[in-house]
Write a protein that binds this ligand. Structure first.
Ligand code: ADP
Length: 502
C-alpha cells in the first residue's frame, strides 16, 4: 500500500513535469505562429481594401474612356468640347489629347504646368502602343495618367491621357473604399515620402503594422494598416502569452500543491498504519502483563501456601490494583473507539473539584507507595464547582497521573494541584512530575492518537499512545484545553484548564 502510494506520487510528479515541458514548448510554438497568423490577417484586410480602391478607379476611368470614345465617333467632335466634359466627369482632373504627330489638341493653349507632364507622357509612349492601342498607366511628372489610343470617326488615332483629381479621389474613392472598417484598425494611404494622403480615422498614437501597394493604378501610393497602441499583433500575442503563462503557472502550482498534499497524505497514512500496528502490539502487551500477574497471584492464593495474613492481603491488593489497571486500559480503548465513531457523550453536571482530585490520586496509592513517590496534593480551598462529566474527567486525570508515574525516571515526585487560573475564569488541574520530560519538538504530537515518543518505548515503558489523545478530547469537549510545560530530564507539568460556568 505504502509502495503503491509512493509509486502513484512519483508517476503524478513525472506526469506534471512532462506537462510543464510540453506546455512550455507548445506555448512557444503558438506564440510564433499566432503572430504570423495575425499579421497575415491584417495583410489580407489591407490587400482587400487596396484591391477595392484599384477596381473603383479602373472602373471609373474605363467609363470615362468609353464616354470619350462615343464623343469622338461624332463627326462634329471638336477638342474644345472636352472642357465641359472634363468638368462633368468627377474623377478626371485633367485630360490631354494628342494627335499621331504628337501635337497637343487639348488643352489649347497648354498651361505651363502641363509641359513636364506632356514630355514625360511622350517619352513613355512607344510606336507599338500607337499601333496596338489598348490602355495603360503612365507616371509623368508627379501625375499618374490613364492612357489610351482612341480613334475618331475618320479613323485617325488620338492619344488620350486622363489625370485624376486628387480631392475627388480622396472623397469619392478612398473614403468609401477604406473607411467603414470594423474594429479598432485604421487604414491609411501613404505617398512615396510616407506622408498620409488619407486616413479612415485619426491616427493619433496608432502604430503602423504593415503596408500594401496599390499596383500600377496608384504606383506612388500604398495602403497602410495602423493599430492603436497595445493592439498590434505583437502586443496582442504578447498579452495572450502572458495570460496563458499565468494560467499555466497557476495550474502547475495547483498540481504541485495537490502533489504535496498527496505526498503528505501518503506519508501520514503509512505513519498511521505503523502506529496502528504498534498500538495493537502495545495494547496486547499491556493486557497480558496485568492478566498474568492476576493469574499468578490468584493461583498462589488458591493453593493456600502463603505464610500469613499480611502476605495474603498484599496478594489481594496486587490483584485489585492490576484489575484496576486493566479496567483503565480497557476504558481508554472503549472511549477511544466511541470518540472515533462519534458516539461518545458527556454528562456534564456541576461537580466539586476536590473529591475528583483526591479520588484520582487515591486510585494510584499502591503504585505510588511501591515506587517510593513523594506525593503532593494541593487543592485551593475556594474552588467553585465546575460543570463536568466526573467519570470522563476522572479517567483523564488518571491518565495524566499514570503517565507521571510511568515516565518518572529518577525524580520520584508527583504533584497534583487544583487552583483558579485566568483571573478566576478557569479552574486548572495540574499534574507535575520530575521525570524524563518531553523534547520540545514532540510536545504537540504527544496528543495525537497512537503517538508515542520513541524514547519511552526503548526505555521499556509500555503504553497504547491513546492516553493523552483521550485527555485532549475530554478536556476540549468540556470547553477547556490541556497544556504541557516540560524540560527533558527535569520533568513535565500537564494542566487541564476548565472554564468556570457563568
Ligand atoms: P502512552 O500510552 O504511551 O503513555 P500517552 O498518549 O499517554 O500514551 O502519551 C503519549 C507520549 O507522551 C508517551 O508515549 C510519552 O512519550 C509522552 N509522555 C506523556 N506523559 C509524559 C510525562 N509525564 N513525562 C514524559 N513523557 C510523557
Amino acid at each position: 500500500m505504502r509502495r503503491f502510494g509512493f509509486l502513484a506520487f512519483g508517476a503524478a510528479t513525472v506526469a506534471a513535469a512532462v506537462l510543464a515541458v510540453l506546455g512550455y514548448l507548445s506555448l512557444r510554438q503558438w506564440e510564433a505562429s499566432a503572430e504570423v497568423l495575425l499579421r497575415e490577417q491584417a495583410r489580407d484586410m489591407a490587400a482587400m481594401a487596396a484591391e477595392r480602391v484599384r477596381m473603383t478607379i479602373l472602373k471609373a476611368e474605363e467609363e470615362c474612356l468609353l464616354d470619350l470614345q462615343t464623343a469622338l465617333m461624332d463627326p462634329a467632335f471638336r477638342p474644345e468640347t472636352l472642357e465641359p466634359w472634363v468638368k462633368r466627369t468627377r474623377i478626371v482632373g485633367r485630360a490631354y489629347v494628342l494627335d499621331r504627330q504628337g501635337r497637343l489638341l487639348f488643352p489649347v493653349p497648354a498651361r505651363p504646368e502641363d509641359a513636364a507632364v506632356l514630355s514625360g507622357l511622350l517619352a513613355e509612349i512607344s510606336q507599338g502602343f500607337w499601333d496596338r492601342g489598348g490602355r495603360r498607366h503612365v507616371t509623368a511628372g508627379d501625375q499618374v495618367l490613364s492612357v489610351a489610343v482612341l480613334r475618331t470617326a475618320a479613323g485617325a488615332p488620338l492619344l488620350v491621357a486622363l489625370a485624376r483629381d486628387e480631392d475627388v479621389l480622396r472623397r469619392d474613392v478612398l473614403a468609401p473604399g477604406l473607411g467603414g472598417l470594423e474594429g479598432k484598425s485604421v487604414l491609411a494611404v501613404l505617398d512615396r515620402a510616407d506622408r498620409t494622403v488619407y486616413a479612415s480615422r485619426p491616427l493619433d498614437g496608432a502604430q503602423r503594422v504593415l503596408t500594401v501597394p496599390f499596383g500600377d493604378a496608384l504606383p506612388a501610393w500604398r495602403v497602410a494598416l495602423y493599430q492603436p497602441e497595445g493592439l498590434s499583433p505583437r502586443d496582442v500575442v504578447r498579452r495572450q502569452t502572458a495570460m496563458f503563462t499565468g494560467a499555466f503557472a497557476l495550474l502547475l502550482v495547483v498540481i504541485a500543491l495537490g502533489l504535496g498534499a498527496t505526498y503528505r497524505m501518503v506519508r501520514r497514512e503509512s505513519e498511521m498504519a505503523r502506529l496502528k500496528s504498534d498500538f495493537v502490539a502495545n495494547v496486547s502487551h499491556d493486557l497480558k502483563t496485568p492478566l498474568s500477574l492476576i493469574r499468578m497471584f490468584a493461583e498462589t492464593l488458591e493453593l493456600d501456601r502463603l505464610p500469613g495474613e499480611a502476605a495474603r492481603r498484599e496478594y489481594y491488593g496486587v490483584i485489585t490494583r492490576e484489575s484496576e489497571r486493566l479496567t483503565r486500559l480497557i476504558n481508554n480503548v472503549l472511549d477511544f473507539s466511541r470518540i472515533e465513531s462519534g458516539r461518545q457523550r458527556y454528562d456534564l453536571r456541576p461537580t466539586p473539584v476536590e473529591p475528583l482530585v483526591h479520588e484520582a490520586v487515591e486510585a494510584f496509592r499502591h503504585p505510588l507507595a511501591q515506587g517510593g513517590f513523594k506525593v503532593e496534593v494541593d487543592v485551593a480551598p475556594d474552588l467553585p464547582e465546575v460543570s463536568l462529566d466526573a467519570e470522563a474527567m476522572g479517567q483523564a486525570l488518571a491518565n495524566l497521573i499514570d503517565n507521571a508515574i510511568k515516565y518518572s525516571g529518577e525524580g520520584r515526585r508527583l504533584a497534583v494541584a487544583a487552583r483558579r487560573g485566568e483571573g478566576g475564569a478557569e479552574v486548572w488541574i495540574e499534574v507535575a512530575d520530575d521525570g524524563i520530560g518531553i523534547p520540545a519538538a514532540e510536545r504537540e504530537r504527544i496528543f495525537d492518537k497512537f503517538y508515542r515518543v520513541g524514547r519511552s518505548e526503548t526505555q521499556g515503558r509500555r503504553g497504547s499512545g491513546l492516553g493523552l489523545a483521550l485527555v485532549k478530547h475530554v478536556v476540549e469537549a468540556h470547553g477547556g484545553r490541556v497544556t504541557v510545560d516540560s524540560r527533558p530530564g527535569a520533568g513535565s507539568r500537564f494542566a487541564i484548564r476548565l472554564p468556570v460556568a457563568g
